[in-house]
Design a protein. Structure first.
Length: 247
């Protein structure tokens, strides 16, 4: 759970003078991890390239598979989980708010749809945000229990000191559209409010797409089998998201 880890402030502020002069942020994003292929994901278009089709037909090396996902701009369907590590860069810094920022909203992806063998096994994630809301905010995700509707940062703050880290496990959901987004972190340090942005590796925004309403909304559907991918005949298509399955 991302809660306040420290209730008091350190008294030695001398290093902060140097940090302020050099423009170092009061909190930095030490690491961001996201796994595109842990649940259903989709591509913008069908897989027609013969080399790609051959790769899908056999278990691929991790580097080759990740290159395919990045090159084809694969997007999680319905839900994505992001783990971010924040690290304090001052003797005192306080996160008072965090919220997703929608950069672009587009129609849901309708190209190739991939259903991994492990789809539907979703871990409990402390923080959750529904990107379909007009102004999405983080709430506490209690798994199968009743979800808390109040914005998490209305009643919680995160205090960090220099070198201390906290891990944020964030779950994002989408149903009605595809989204390009990042996460804004509002930090109070040195008596001033500053913003820190959480993005994927390389400074790229996150991407997620809502599921199509029916299987025929996709050009192709692939099912995982023994590490390879088999294109499903149209009559056997099923579409599974984090919350629903339609056949």
């Amino acid at each position: 759970m991302a809660t306040a880890f420290f209730t008091g402030w350190l008294q030695n502020d001398a290093p902060d003078v140097v940090d302020r002069a050099t423009g170092k942020p009061p909190i930095k994003v030490a690491n961001v991890a996201i796994s595109v292929d842990e649940g259903p994901f989709a591509l913008r278009s069908a897989v027609t390239n013969q080399r790609d089709r051959a790769m899908l037909a056999e278990p691929a090396a991790s580097e080759q598979w990740q290159n395919f996902l990045q090159r084809r701009r694969a997007e999680p369907v319905g839900q994505m989980n992001v783990v971010a590590v924040l690290e304090g860069g001052r003797s005192k810094a306080r996160v008072i708010d965090m919220r997703p920022r929608i950069l672009r909203k587009q129609p849901r992806l309708s190209g190739a749809y991939f259903l991994p063998a492990t789809a539907g096994e979703v871990s409990t994630i402390p923080l959750a945000a529904n990107l379909d809301r007009r102004n999405p905010v983080f709430v506490m995700n209690k798994g199968k229990a009743k979800k808390e509707s109040r914005a998490y940062f209305r009643t919680h703050q995160i205090d960090l000191v220099r070198g201390e880290q906290t891990t944020l496990a964030m779950s994002f959901t989408a149903r009605i559209a595809a989204y390009e987004f990042d996460v804004l972190v509002n930090v109070i340090a040195d008596g001033k409010s500053k913003e820190v942005v959480i993005r994927a590796s390389g400074g790229k925004p996150f991407h997620i797409t809502g599921p199509q309403d029916r299987p025929r909304g996709y050009t192709q559907i692939f099912n995982e089998s023994g590490g390879s991918w088999v294109q499903a005949p149209p009559g056997s298509w099923c579409v599974q998201s984090a919350t629903n399955q339609k056949c």
